[in-house]
Design a protein around this ligand. Structure first.
Ligand SMILES: NC(=O)c1ccc[n+]([C@@H]2O[C@H](COP(=O)([O-])OP(=O)(O)OC[C@H]3O[C@@H](n4cnc5c(N)ncnc54)[C@H](OP(=O)(O)O)[C@@H]3O)[C@@H](O)[C@H]2O)c1
Length: 296
């Protein structure tokens, strides 16, 4: 028997069994996720809206497609032969965008994915990266995945509508997983940088609102964990950290030898989210956080 050719055959069989993933929206999270899966030998197709990003993305993906989620035909083609699809888009802007831009980004893309899934036979799981901001202001109370979402903020209305559209497309053959993420920090997005910009400045609100965070490594690892087990449904993904934004910013400014932020409690908070987010469900599913604490 030719051992070498048998080994090659086994290798090819293994490769053909490996996941075929599409990542729609390749920014901070999408790029890190693609890089991780590509290194595992998976076939990863990623998207960008900008031709000038293609060369950079070709280093961390099998294939790069220039497209927008609003292009129904492009979404259909993207899903062809893929096992897992990750939706990781956010409006393109350096500043806060209005709710209409939010809507134009998320809703047509979600609808196109739903339509594409109806015709597609390969996709087994769709993972949508949503946000814990959907819980809104719960006056600092604990919330879990069954808690009501905020219906006041137009931004949250858009995120929840996108979640619902996608969840409704779940079937026996296709798991739909909604990951509600805390603020993401990690490489290139260190908290010291974020809070450093605000050190010594006046910020609206008392700072007594609860805040939740998740490390980029955990976002990638949790997606990998849930996709390997084909687990669908809604999961909060935040770390074990339980502090107000004032407590966190004080600690970080102290660690960085920076002036504290000056919270102005005569003004309403600049943050609409004030809830303590339970991460029990994803832990009960067996996921173990890599970075349980924001400050370690
Ligand atoms: N960052 C956070 O703290 C945070 C917190 C909670 C939830 N999330 C969620 O996590 C996900 C990923 O966040 P991120 O920080 O990685 O975002 P990001 O760095 O801003 O990347 C978003 C990507 O979306 C792509 N995009 C924008 N509009 C698009 C459209 N119409 N069609 C297709 N692609 C489009 C952009 O592509 P190009 O750049 O290639 O043009 C961009 O790279 C988002 O769904 C976000 O809502 C993030």
């Amino acid at each position: 028997m030719d051992i070498k050719s048998t080994e090659t055959e086994i290798q090819q069989q293994n490769n053909s069994n490996l996941e075929k993933i599409a990542i729609l929206g390749c920014g901070y999270v999408g790029t890190a996720a693609s890089s991780y899966w590509y290194k595992q030998g998976y076939s990863v197709t990623v998207t960008t809206t900008r031709q000038e990003r293609v060369a950079e993305l070709e280093n961390i993906a099998t294939k790069v497609v220039v497209m927008k989620g609003q292009d129904s035909q492009a979404v259909k083609s993207l899903l062809q032969d893929r096992d897992t699809v990750v939706l990781s888009i956010a409006p393109i802007s350096n500043k806060q965008v209005d709710a209409e831009v939010y809507r134009e980004t998320y809703i047509p893309t979600a609808k196109n994915l739903v339509a594409a899934l109806q015709e597609n036979k390969s996709v087994k799981q769709l993972i949508y990266l949503s946000s814990v901001s959907v819980y809104g202001n719960k006056n600092g109370e604990w919330v879990d995945e069954a808690s009501p979402v905020d219906t006041e903020s137009e931004y949250n209305q858009v995120l929840c509508e996108a979640e619902q559209l996608l969840l409704n497309s779940a079937s026996e053959d296709v798991q739909v997983t909604i990951l509600r993420l805390g603020g993401i920090y990690g490489a290139q997005r260190a908290l010291i940088k974020r809070f450093g910009r605000l050190a010594g400045k006046n910020i609206d609100g008392s700072g007594e609102t609860f805040t939740s965070w998740i490390h980029l490594d955990d976002v990638i690892a949790a997606m990998d964990y849930l996709s390997q087990r084909r687990l669908g449904g809604i999961y909060n993904l935040v770390n074990d950290f339980d502090m107000t934004i004032r407590e966190l910013s004080d600690e970080i400014c102290q660690l960085g030898n920076l002036e504290k932020i000056i919270w102005d409690d005569t003004k309403p908070s600049y943050r609409s989210l004030n809830a303590r987010i339970s991460n029990e469900k994803i832990k009960a599913a067996g996921y173990k956080l890599i970075h349980p604490q924001t400050i370690s």
